[in-house]
Design a protein around this ligand. Structure first.
Ligand code: CO8
Length: 274
């Protein structure tokens, strides 16, 4: 039992040195509510504590890796009657969760591998960008950060990860205009290998099988040390960005701007431009 946030939408298993986390709600395109994100963070902690584990592998199901924050849950949070000021409510719902899950990813010591079976959006896309290695199922994957369209600012430390991995110009273009970052820009920057497959289960299995064969000649205890050295250059930057991003966003939550966009998305009155 990983904690009180355990979710039907997220499963996990341990296979030798691999702690595998799988998103399994293809019906919502693997949208995640606030507690789902907390559960993801709890699972990372669980992987962290297991000394036999060297890799935390994120997998998904269906046609999307994850469609980001669950708009239904945000509408529910907004409609919840409370005597608390709006600031307190959104500090609890948005700021604390967002900071926590981002920090768990940013400071995770195991090698974080993301198996992108399809597109990822919003906070989930930010978590993909925080992973150490991303593999794609095919060239249909994309990342979409629709923050400017929803009335939010960068989150999940994307103000650091995207310029670093994609370059400044592409980051400005995709973030300012909420435009998808397609495979041609991800290939070799965020995505390390394209498996050119169409079946998610076979893709997830193929990545694990290849990893198992790749690690055979390795002395695994060196891997977290190598990761630490590679991340040393920017790990402080991730922590700094995580905190200023959410504090810059809170004013929009207090004014109800993202909540209005999420409501329109859930009522199918608006759609992101893809
Ligand atoms: N939340 C809940 N349900 C979703 C979501 C979502 N984010 N995305 C899709 N779904 C559901 C749809 O409602 C639909 O359900 P149903 O079949 O019951 O009608 C099903 O998934 C399939 O979706 P579509 O029919 O819309 O599929 P399309 O292929 O036509 O469109 C899109 C796919 C473009 C992904 C579209 O579904 C979409 O725009 N989704 C919203 C994506 C989005 O804006 N996500 C939020 C990003 S911002 C973010 O993550 C920051 C959050 C900060 C708060 C964090 C709190 C911890």
């Amino acid at each position: 039992m990983a904690g009180d946030n355990s979710s039907e939408r997220i499963k996990y298993f341990v296979d030798g040195p691999f702690f595998v986390i799988r998103l399994c709600d293809p019906g919502s395109l693997n949208a995640l509510n606030g507690n789902d994100y907390l559960y993801l963070a709890e699972l990372l902690e669980k992987s962290e504590r297991n000394s036999d584990v060297y890799f935390t592998v994120l997998q998904s199901s269906g046609r999307f890796f994850s469609s980001g924050a669950d708009f239904q849950s945000i509408s529910k949070a907004q409609e919840t009657k409370t005597s608390e000021p709006e600031l307190n409510k959104w500090l609890a719902y948005f700021v604390s969760r967002n900071v926590y899950v981002t920090d768990m990813f940013a400071r995770h010591s195991k090698i974080l591998i993301c198996c992108m079976n399809g597109p990822a959006i919003g906070l989930s896309a930010a978590l993909c960008a925080l992973c150490d290695i991303v593999y794609s199922m095919n060239d249909k994957v994309y990342l979409l950060f629709p923050f400017s369209s929803i009335g939010l600012v960068t989150e999940g430390a994307t103000s650091v990860t995207l310029p670093m991995k994609l370059g400044s110009s592409w980051t400005f273009e995709s973030l300012l205009f909420s435009s998808p970052i397609r495979f041609d820009k991800l290939d070799g920057t965020i995505v390390a290998k394209n498996y050119e497959m169409d079946n998610v289960e076979k893709f997830n299995d193929a990545v694990l099988e290849e990893l198992k064969s790749k690690i055979k000649p390795l002395y695994l205890p060196t891997l977290p040390d190598i990761k630490k050295l590679l991340r040393e250059r920017y790990s402080q930057e991730l922590s700094r960005a995580n905190s200023v991003e959410v504090n810059d966003a809170i004013k929009y939550w207090v004014r109800g701007i993202p909540q209005r966009s999420f409501k329109q998305l859930s009522q199918k009155q608006r759609k992101h431009k893809l």
